[in-house]
Ligand binder design. Structure first.
Ligand SMILES: O=C(O)C(=O)C[C@]1(C(=O)O)C=C[C@@H](O)C=C1
Length: 366
């Protein structure tokens, strides 16, 4: 066993090597940025559209790290370190900003941070549709929107905004969600509970059992609920534990979500999708021509014809005529794959309108 000063000397030497290697990596990243700019120019795209966040490549890097890692560092620790290495790498290539449903402390904020790290600028928005607006207007490079929860299902505000969007899905990311009840009043004095409809929905059984008479009030986000609860006596919020410190509230109860393994899936949107990997999903929206009997059924069959797995189907009112719907389907494959292109072409025969909202690497946790 060496003595402490000599062990620290070893660490100092290794840190010097690490700093030099990290900077060598950063220089290669700058070269990659220059190469991407050149590519964009040859494709006639404005360089402001330059895409530096490459979820497909990052998935490959993380998989390689897991293969290379023989400890004692845990995979999660190594991934967290590389999250920041790649975040810094992204910001060297271009100033990147990400719109999210604010204020700070929402699950969207945590999911964004988990995926893009510390070197990206996060821009809070008042509601989900503003996140999409920010990307469409070019105010931020990317945006993150909640898409569905494993227990409470689809986030309808996101789907409703996707009915009319020019943005494209670039990535997905999953976040384990633990809901808390935060308040500055004791449980038996709580008369109002604020949250996003998803927060209230994911905890409805717990709320019914523990605060049966409290009024449930929906607001635009879980962190806005915390802000509001901090202003009123007898008010509580269903939100993340981090909101306690952010907004000056006490934790009345932890882990109050009704279902086990409560997980929310988020989509990262931008102006285009990344290139195909070997394991992608594609999100498509379409409206069928109801004057053709069986149009929806025939439309869905095209996915079977090309052996594309369907993971999700949703519908929302189109907003154009009563009882007229926009359908959303998520299938296996990438829009650059021939089978997906053929399926979309065939689907078009049964539809008034088909839009591929984007393709992204599958990140579903096993
Ligand atoms: O490979 C790229 O395209 C890069 O920009 C490099 C890099 C990295 O640092 O490894 C950085 C950002 C991307 O999201 C993926 C990878």
């Amino acid at each position: 066993m060496s003595d402490l000063p000599s062990l620290r000397k070893k660490i100092d030497t290794l840190d010097t090597t690490l700093v030099n290697i990290l900077n060598e990596r950063a220089r290669v990243s700058l070269d990659i940025g220059a190469a991407k700019r050149q590519l964009d120019n040859t494709e006639g795209l404005p360089t402001t559209d330059l895409h530096v966040y490459m979820p497909g490549r990052e998935k490959e890097v993380y998989a390689k790290l897991t293969r290379l890692n023989h400890g004692p560092l845990k995979d999660d620790s190594l991934h967290a370190i590389f999250r920041e290495v790649m975040s810094a790498s992204i910001s060297l290539q271009k100033d990147v900003s990400m719109a999210y449903l604010g204020p700070p402390g929402t699950f969207s904020h945590q999911a964004a941070y988990q995926r893009l790290g510390d070197s990206v600028v996060y821009v809070p928005q008042k509601q989900i549709s503003d996140v999409v607006d920010a990307v469409e207007k070019g105010q931020t490079t990317y945006g993150i929107v909640p898409f569905e929860n494993s227990n409470f299902g689809s986030v309808v505000e996101t789907l409703d905004r996707f009915v009319k969007t020019k943005t494209r899905v670039r990535a997905e990311t999953y976040l384990t969600v633990h809901q808390c009840l935060l308040s500055n009043s004791p449980l038996d004095k709580i008369t109002k509970v604020y949250s996003h409809p998803q927060g209230l929905g994911q905890t409805q059984m717990w709320l019914a059992a523990n605060v049966p008479n409290a009024k449930r009030i929906s607001v635009k986000s879980t962190a806005e609920a915390a802000q509001q609860a901090a202003l009123e006596t007898g008010a509580a919020a269903v939100c993340s534990e981090i909101c306690a410190e952010l907004y000056g509230l006490e934790v009345t109860a932890r882990d109050i979500e009704d279902g086990a393994a409560n997980t929310t899936r988020f989509l990262i949107i931008g102006t285009s999708s990344d290139n195909a990997t070997k394991d992608d999903h594609t999100l498509i929206k379409f409206t069928v021509d109801h004057r053709q009997p069986g149009a929806l059924c025939d439309g869905l069959k095209v996915f079977k014809d090309y052996s594309l797995n369907l993971f999700k189907i949703d519908s929302r009112p189109s907003g154009l005529h009563p009882w007229h719907y926009v359908f959303f389907v998520e299938c296996s494959g990438h829009q650059q794959n021939e089978d997906v292109q053929k399926a979309v072409k065939d689907l078009d025969q049964f539809c008034l309108d088909v839009v591929v909202l984007g393709s992204f690497p599958n990140q579903r946790p096993e």
